[in-house]
Ligand binder design. Structure first.
Ligand SMILES: [Fe+2]
Length: 472
């Protein structure tokens, strides 16, 4: 959550992000309200989110609603039909009929074959261009330069919730290779979010998520838009963004969200153009609580500064963290060296930064014992303990050269790594629901060992060299 960039707009219309060239689009996506029944908390929550969407100026060119519109899960088909009628004819009655809304299936919308029949009755106008057996459940739309594929991740014929097909998706993306902007939506995340790793309960089963991800990467899809977890989350994987929005009203999880300590009701307004993708996450107070411009610019290598071996002070001035920044802080490090030839049985430190009054290091970048997996540990909130992010394993005895980024506008997905400037960024894996956005500003740093000195979890390899810079 990046509250540095929060902007309050009162009750007046507030500005939508607009494409920066004529080829682009601006739109809204949100999902997961489990509404459709009068008088519920879900209805009130959904109304509050919709009130914010209605204030956008200009209005979105289209809306994508990524599943769990209704609570569903009722054996009485008439009760389910009543929920759909209430959702469409009452709760969404405010929507200008000229603004198309593209819907996705989900575990609450289409939990079984009977619900799929009702879905098809409810949305007879959706394109019937899906894979065999899933016509009207999966589909794509082409809007000029933009291809939007709404995938079904809950088909009764394929194992139900948390399952996806890839062949039709591969063919559609190949047939629309000329689309400048390719977006794919589906209810279930393909990468776990906030530690919700259980599958198929909370994400697509890995055996199907991997080929699905490969299809998206092979065809240059800009982002996979998903929901299901009651949260907002963004991650990058080989440059592909997974943007999760599950904040339209569902009350579920610890504190009513997953989890309530970090998440909030929201909708996302997004613009795509030839320079990339930007979004703002709008809460029900009319604040853009989080925002991102992707990809971010990286300064040329010659402008990066070397960090000398040893220990240093980050106070007066602190070159990394400047208070009250209107935009996210993006710190980059380049690590070079050679790993120890044999297995090392203790954690090794590449870089460590800390505050004198905090127990665990504010930020520690190193290699895990035995596995030599790139590991980042940081304290998302002062006094709240450390969380861990993991990346690739570094080969024993081999030289390494990689870059690490800490992006305070991307939440837990903002701990990223890449091999070099020619390779795309990937988020490291973590169960944390927060990233570095509230991390305390470290006062001291050290290279090659932890806080206590040269014998404290030292780097056991050779030729360690580190440079750093800020990006924007
Ligand atoms: Fe769901």
């Amino acid at each position: 959550m990046s509250e540095q960039s929060a902007r309050a707009f009162g009750r007046d219309p507030f500005p939508a992000l607009l494409p920066r060239d004529d080829s682009g689009f601006q739109f809204v996506f949100y999902g997961d309200c489990c509404s459709g029944i009068p008088g519920t908390q879900a209805e009130a929550n959904f109304a509050a989110v919709n009130a914010v969407v209605q204030r956008l100026s200009p209005a979105p060119e289209f809306i994508c609603f990524i599943g769990d519109h209704i609570g569903g899960l009722d054996d009485d088909p008439e009760a389910v039909r009543r929920q759909w009628c209430y959702w469409l004819d009452h709760e969404m009655a405010w929507l200008d009929p000229a603004i198309p809304i593209y819907h996705t299936t989900s575990n609450h919308n289409t939990p079984n074959a009977q619900a799929e029949v009702i879905w098809r009755e409810t949305f007879p106008g959706l394109p019937q261009n899906g894979p065999p057996g899933q016509e009207g459940l999966s589909y794509y739309v082409r809007r000029g330069n933009l291809l939007l594929v709404c995938t079904n991740s809950a088909w009764s014929g394929l194992g139900g919730s948390g399952h996806v097909e890839c062949d039709w998706l591969d063919r559609v993306l190949a047939e629309h290779a000329d689309a400048v902007y390719k977006l794919v939506a589906g209810h279930y995340p393909i990468f776990p979010v906030n530690g919700y790793t259980d599958y198929p309960l909370w994400r697509v089963v890995p055996s199907q998520a991997r080929p699905f991800r490969d299809v998206l990467l092979r065809h240059g899809v800009l982002a996979y838009l998903c929901s299901h977890i009651i949260a907002f989350d963004v991650q990058a994987h080989d440059g592909l963004l997974q943007i999760l929005t599950g904040g339209a009203g569902t009350n579920y999880g610890p504190g009513g969200f997953m989890p309530g300590q970090t998440e909030y009701l929201h909708a996302i307004q997004c613009a795509v153009d030839r320079a990339g993708l930007r979004y703002q996450v709008l809460d029900t107070d009319g604040c853009a609580r989080e925002s991102l411009s992707w990809p971010f610019e990286t300064p040329a290598r010659h402008s990066w500064k070397a960090i000398p071996f040893g220990t240093g002070n980050l106070r007066d001035p602190n070159p990394w963290w400047e208070p009250d920044q209107p935009v996210a802080t993006i710190l980059l490090w380049r690590f070079r060296g050679a790993r120890a030839p044999d297995a090392v049985f203790g954690d090794q430190t590449l870089f460590c930064a800390w505050c004198a009054d905090e127990g665990p290091a504010t930020l520690s970048i190193g290699l895990a014992a035995k596995s030599n997996i790139l590991t980042v540990q940081l304290v998302p909130e002062a006094g709240g303990g450390a969380q861990t992010w993991t990346g690739p394993a570094l080969a024993p005895g081999q030289p390494f050269d990689f870059q690490l980024a800490l992006h305070t506008g991307m939440g837990p997905g903002g701990v990223l790594w890449r091999k070099d400037e020619r390779t795309p960024w990937s988020s490291l894996l973590s169960s944390s629901a927060r990233g570095a956005e509230r991390m305390a500003k470290p006062q001291h740093w050290t290279l090659g060992h932890a806080q206590s000195g040269v014998g404290d979890h030292p780097f056991r390899g050779t030729d360690l060299s580190v440079t750093w810079c800020r990006a924007s």
